[in-house]
Design a protein around this ligand. Structure first.
Ligand SMILES: [Zn+2]
Length: 438
């Protein structure tokens, strides 16, 4: 346990570092993450942490910092990204790049996603270095570029081009960590799996013609309409994944026997929990965009429908396409996979899970960690795929509630309570010590 005097100073330290990071505009595109990497390097080197910058192009550097291990024990990596999404200052009630501290919260773009965790990771590793911490295996911090666009300058590039710098057994990243009450009991969600984002294009073909004589044409937009309806109404087959089974077991005390039972029990706990669990039991198909004729008086020969689709970890785009063809039946259309990213999971019974659980028990004895699969994907999958890393998304958040945080991420007035930053530092130090102890 840290003394209360050092707790106060770590709180100030993480607050100030986050304020400085927010003031470095790393809006991606273009990113310009090198400025953030240099700021972090200057901060970390003051505490004697060895830092290297790795950059595919000079202005988009990734920072990798490390505390060497005593031997070849397990390697632990704190993963975060320094880029942020665009902020429209007109929508904000504070300067999005001001890093203002207001009523115990740090305001600015990236406060939640995810410069807060960048700062907490840096403060955790700096404070451990100052204490002379020597883990069994290396402790690494990787603050990477280009997560929000994913154009090959950040985590993916590091894993491919500099695997020796970032290879790790365990990894903590963004994605979850919120404290919430389910059935009257408190839980901290910890993301162990991510759905695959696999959007596709449905291209429906017809024959163009003048709109005043519909009989001579074959209207692709009209042909697409029942297909859009069929996709929107389709109820995919449900599957009980290990993460949802474990989630329900944690929350209700017993493992559900089927996906239907899991959903029923989740809904009994509350409507919001039911809504959270439902998309984790199957793939989702959501038609979101459509383009057809560019002119009012021309009947379109082609109608393009973009469908957002998230697959359960383990499901492939080929399986998805086969299902979609079955839903649509025969017809004049083509399907094109637009991309396929993520869709990986890590096991739950691991030393890293034990580290999460023992931290929760220490700071919030009433609460328990609960595993969750998240609908979006993070950079964790690059590490799971490259090195077989056990990667969890966990940055604890107790003061700000889940719904408010979800509304602020990528939106106006993004901010983070200082108390949650401090909680994050405490968790990261604990996890490093638990994994590094053997
Ligand atoms: Zn993020």
């Amino acid at each position: 346990m840290v003394s209360s005097a050092s707790t106060v100073s770590l709180r100030d330290e993480v607050t100030e570092l986050l304020q400085e990071l927010i003031r470095v505009d790393t809006t991606n595109p273009p990113g310009n993450e090198t400025a953030a990497a240099e700021l972090l390097r200057a901060y970390l080197e003051e505490s004697g942490v060895v830092c290297d910058l790795y950059a595919r192009v000079p202005e988009r550097a990734n920072l990798v910092a490390r505390i060497p291990g005593r031997g070849d024990g397990p390697t632990m990596l704190f993963l975060s990204h320094t880029d942020v999404v665009l902020a429209d200052a007109a929508e904000w009630s504070a300067d999005p790049f001001g890093g203002e501290l207001r009523d115990g919260e740090v305001w600015g773009r990236g406060a939640l996603d995810m410069k807060g965790q960048v700062a907490a990771s840096a403060v955790a590793i700096a404070s451990l270095a100052r204490e002379g911490f020597r883990p069994a295996g290396e402790l690494i911090l990787a603050a990477t570029a280009d997560e929000e666009v994913g154009a090959g300058f950040g985590a993916q590039w590091l894993c491919e081009e500099h695997p020796d710098a970032v290879r790790c057994d365990y990894l903590i990243n963004e994605g979850s960590g919120d404290r919430l009450e389910l059935g009257g009991k408190p839980f901290y969600l910890c993301s162990v799996a991510e759905k695959m984002s696999a959007p596709f294009l449905l291209r429906v073909r017809g024959r163009s013609g003048h709109a005043s004589m519909p009989g001579i044409a074959d209207n692709a937009l009209v042909k697409a309409a029942p297909m859009i309806t069929a996709l929107g109404e389709y109820q995919p087959e449900r599957e009980l994944t290990p993460d949802v089974a474990a989630l329900l077991e944690t929350v209700t005390g017993t493992k559900p026997g089927s996906p239907e039972e899991a959903l029923k029990r989740a809904r009994e706990i509350g409507q919001t929990f039911g809504e959270l669990v439902e998309p984790l039991l199957s793939m989702t198909l959501s038609p979101t965009m459509v383009t057809a004729s560019q002119k009012r008086n021309v009947i379109p020969a082609v109608c393009d429908v973009t469908v957002d689709s998230r697959l359960l970890p383990g499901t492939t785009p080929d399986e998805q396409q086969a299902i979609v063809r079955e839903v649509l039946g025969d017809g004049e259309y083509e399907l094109e996979v637009l991309e396929a990213h993520g869709g990986t999971r890590s096991p739950i019974e691991t030393p890293l899970w034990n580290a999460v659980a023992s931290w929760v028990e220490e700071v919030d004895p009433q609460a328990k960690p609960a595993p969750i699969c998240v609908a979006g994907f993070t950079d964790s999958h690059w590490f799971r795929e490259a090195f077989g890393t056990v990667a969890y998304g966990f940055f604890p958040s107790r003061v700000m509630d889940l719904e408010l945080a979800a509304r602020l991420i990528h939106s106006a007035d993004e901010r983070v309570p200082v108390e949650d930053l401090e909680l994050g530092v405490s968790f990261l130090c604990h996890a490093a010590q638990a994994i590094g102890a053997p």
